[in-house]
Write a protein that binds this ligand. Structure first.
Ligand SMILES: NC(=O)N[C@@H](CC(=O)O)C(=O)O
Ligand SMILES: [Zn+2]
Ligand SMILES: [Zn+2]
Length: 437
């Protein structure tokens, strides 16, 4: 017998309060506030709390296999649940690279065993991420992991003929190529955004054009072959303009922005604290405004965390030697609330779209995730207290790594509870131990 939950006086998508009953893995009942029968059920008091579909991350680095010292599937998915997620797509830049059916099935199985969220492995586009030969995309698609998203993330598929072939290939199984848009020659030795700050502090710059040139090329390739393209972690005002133009032409492109690119700027590089070293780099305040506007008007489809855990040895060193990347699963929703909801640019219904329904659709897991909150739907849900505030402490994060850029910052909102198919993975803001699938 599974536990029945009554979510008392919660506000689905920020709307009017209702009671929501979860039983046998689904939303069993939605009734007037205070009226659901609590007999035999666990009651979660939710007055003022917003109920969202479980969040879906299209871009998570879980590091297993290969860098279990930074994160494992178990620790990363636990962090995901704490952040309100019920599904994550695990990037392929592991060791070995997830470029065969064997490796994606291994990650898929580890996800099943973890039980915190559904793990959907992303397959590499090229063998070993080396940009030279296409990986066995079809074998990964047909595997038990049912891969639909392919990416060499961490590296750009820069050879245009390989990119074209990949876009053509994924069409046969409704897949998508998620591009890490970085022209390699324009970014050799790059350490941060190219601009006023890089010139002043003397770090090698990563120019906006290196991102924009690849996105422009790829939307044209996607149009030419009639395929589906997804742009990872878009970060510049020019990139937003190109995607807006491509969509106006009917090109089948979707785009993501990370929480950190919605709030942080390259001014932080002046600290020389490598926590702020990330790829693509933090950009200018004008870029931050442009990506917020692009997210608000639908040019940017989703927020994806690009959760990139790294060990202290790889981050607590001089800027030039440090790894690129920052954690994000446990702060994503709060950053979206701070930058987009509390500023009046998105409603909670919009948040459900950009952090759940749209990523579920792009990753083709929308039969289970990103669903409307209705009777009979799978109970993949997250309950948020938007009036709470918290100060982020790196060492208190659930992820196995401490490289959060928000340490010491006060952020709004707190994930109170997360449910995966009606089972609580988080209650009272704390992961529920001993979960099994
Ligand atoms: N974002 C990063 O700075 N790093 C990512 C790779 C990537 O997303 O490009 C990583 O794997 O660490
Ligand atoms: Zn990337
Ligand atoms: Zn990434």
């Amino acid at each position: 017998m599974s536990t029945t939950y009554v979510l008392r006086e919660v506000r689905p998508l920020g709307g009017d309060p209702v009671d929501v009953v979860l039983r046998d893995g689904v939303v069993a009942q939605i009734t007037a506030p205070g009226t659901a029968d609590a007999g035999g059920a666990v009651v979660v008091e939710g007055a003022g709390h917003v109920l969202l579909p479980g969040l879906v991350d299209l871009h998570t680095h879980l590091r297993e296999p290969g860098r279990e010292d930074a994160e494992t599937v178990a620790s990363g998915t636990r962090a995901a649940a704490a952040g309100g997620f019920t599904a994550v797509h695990a990037m392929a830049n592991t060791s070995p690279v997830a470029d065969t059916a064997g490796v994606v099935e291994q990650v898929w199985r580890l996800g099943q065993e973890s039980g915190w969220v559904d793990v959907h492995p992303i397959g590499a586009v090229t063998v070993g991420l080396d940009g030279e030969r296409l990986a066995e995309l079809g074998a990964m698609a047909d595997s038990a992991a049912r891969v639909r998203v392919f990416s060499d993330d961490g590296k750009c598929v820069h050879d245009p003929i390989l990119m074209r072939r990949a876009l053509e290939y994924v069409k046969s199984f409704d897949g998508v190529v998620a591009q890490h848009a970085q022209e390699p020659r324009l970014t050799e030795g790059a350490q941060m955004n190219e601009g006023v700050v890089s010139a002043e502090i003397g770090l090698t710059g990563w120019p906006a054009v290196a991102e924009e040139a690849i996105i422009a090329r790829d939307v044209l390739l996607a149009e030419h072959v009639g395929s589906r393209l997804h742009v990872c972690h878009l970060s510049t005002a020019g990139s937003v303009e190109i995607v807006r133009w491509a969509k106006s032409r009917g090109i089948d492109v979707t785009a993501e922005v990370t929480p950190h690119h919605l709030i942080l700027t390259d001014e932080l590089a002046r600290t020389y604290d490598a926590t702020y070293k990330v790829n693509p780099p933090l950009r200018t305040a004008a870029d931050v405004e442009a990506v917020r506007a692009g997210l608000a008007d639908g040019t940017i489809d989703i927020v994806a965390t690009d959760h990139a855990p790294h060990t202290r040895e790889d981050k607590d060193c001089e800027w030039g030697a440090a790894a690129f990347g920052m954690t994000g699963l446990e702060t994503a929703l709060s950053v979206v609330q701070a930058t987009m909801v509390d500023t009046g640019r998105l409603t909670w219904a919009d948040v459900a779209r950009v952090l759940s329904a749209n990523p579920a659709r792009i990753g083709r897991v929308d039969d289970r995730h990103g669903r409307p909150i209705e009777v009979g739907e799978p109970a993949n849900l997250t309950l948020v207290d938007p009036s709470a505030t918290r100060t982020v402490v790196g060492a208190e994060q659930v992820t196995a790594s401490a490289n959060t850029p928000f340490a010491g910052r006060e952020l709004p909102g707190r994930v109170v509870a997360t449910f995966l198919r009606g089972r609580a993975t988080v209650l009272d803001g704390t992961p529920v131990e001993a979960v099994t699938a």
